[in-house]
Design a protein around this ligand. Sequence first.
Ligand code: ATP
Ligand code: MG
Length: 417
Amino acid sequence: MKYSKLFGKTIKEISREETSVNAKLLTRAGFIRKEVAGVYNFLPLGLRALNKIAQIVREEMNKAGGQEVLLSSLQGKENWEKTGRWESFDALFRLASKFEKEYALGPTHEEVLVPLISEFISSYRDLPIYVYQIQNKFRDEARAKAGLLRGREFLMKDLYSFHADEKNMMEYYEKMKKVYINTFNRLGLSAIETRAAGGTFSKFSHEYQVICESGEDQIIYCPGGDYAENVEIIENPEKLENKQCDLGHGSLKRVKVAEVGNIFPLKNKFSEPFNLVYKDKDGKDQFVYMGCYGIGISRVMGVIVEVHHDENGIIWPRSVAPYQAHFLTVNNSRSTINKAEKIYNNLQKSGIDILYDDREVSPGEKFADADLIGIPARLVLSEKTGDKIEWKERNKEKKELLSIEEAEKRLKEEKEL
Ligand code: ATP
Ligand code: MG
């Protein structure tokens, strides 16, 4: 992609309303633009990063047996009344149509999926089954804040699992704990598995929390990794704080965190109102057991920026970067430009996603924009580099001179990872 043609450019000044690091950097770098409070448009760079995140999550859900669907955002009121959540779901957007019908704008999808899947589950042989989607959710949040961290419209992955009994549900729940940690690792986030309250139907749930100043939650955890709990459910958090870990890992810590995902044993909470039953081996009707598993895809993008940046801009983990390499020239002489065009075309032909800053602006401006945008590898061509190019990684100081072939080989290898 040539920067001169890119829809979405870097800017220096942004609205003072944006106070979080992720909203400031992503707006300045040309990834997102606010529509209204809590609602963002994704420009091409932003969508590329968002799609990379979604794709990693999709791969992990597929490996865990998930089948992808796309459910409706506009949902009939009747099913929300059946579960009682038309009244009780605080952040539900309720829409009145001019044709005298009312709808919910989907904040989550049990009310759609459970009645739908009941058409396909009749016997124990139909279970277990795992269904997920990656879709915009809508929630009338009291306070939308911190950029992508809490929106009124946001992208979520939600997986729902359906089982014959509680044991089978819990086996999958335990399996998903590992899948989640692995997924967040691939996304460049080290998430802490945290015990949290379960609501009306289960004693517990688990949240995946990333240490981060703009996060809204607090947890107390053992850095040794054997304990983590959301402060909200701890009776006397002050007593726990700084207590020594029973296993000798030192003192427990209290930190601010952002929840990037959570998993819930739903048991029969939704199978009862929709009479989601199956016939067991004796031909008797039994309620289906369910679990649900969410990941906030757009929030993940915000958290990645909160965690991976410096004073000059974003530092994308390779796995989710919008482009693999950011290519620029220091001078704009005819011969340099000609050489650069060739290198750009060749790299593109060999399948490297490359952003080429082809503008006639000062080198300082190009370097500053490269740092702000945060693509992992920066390649520079100048009179000084001759037939070679300078290779610098966004998160390192070291600069290397590589032949074009060496640079291409390295980029290809990184792509395979
Ligand atoms: P939170 O505790 O942050 O309000 P939640 O417990 O309501 O979230 P779920 O309804 O289970 O979360 O949603 C699954 C995931 O979706 C969350 O773990 C979070 O990463 C993300 N998410 C939830 N609400 C928002 C929001 N308003 N904006 C962006 N992401 C969100
Ligand atoms: Mg939560």
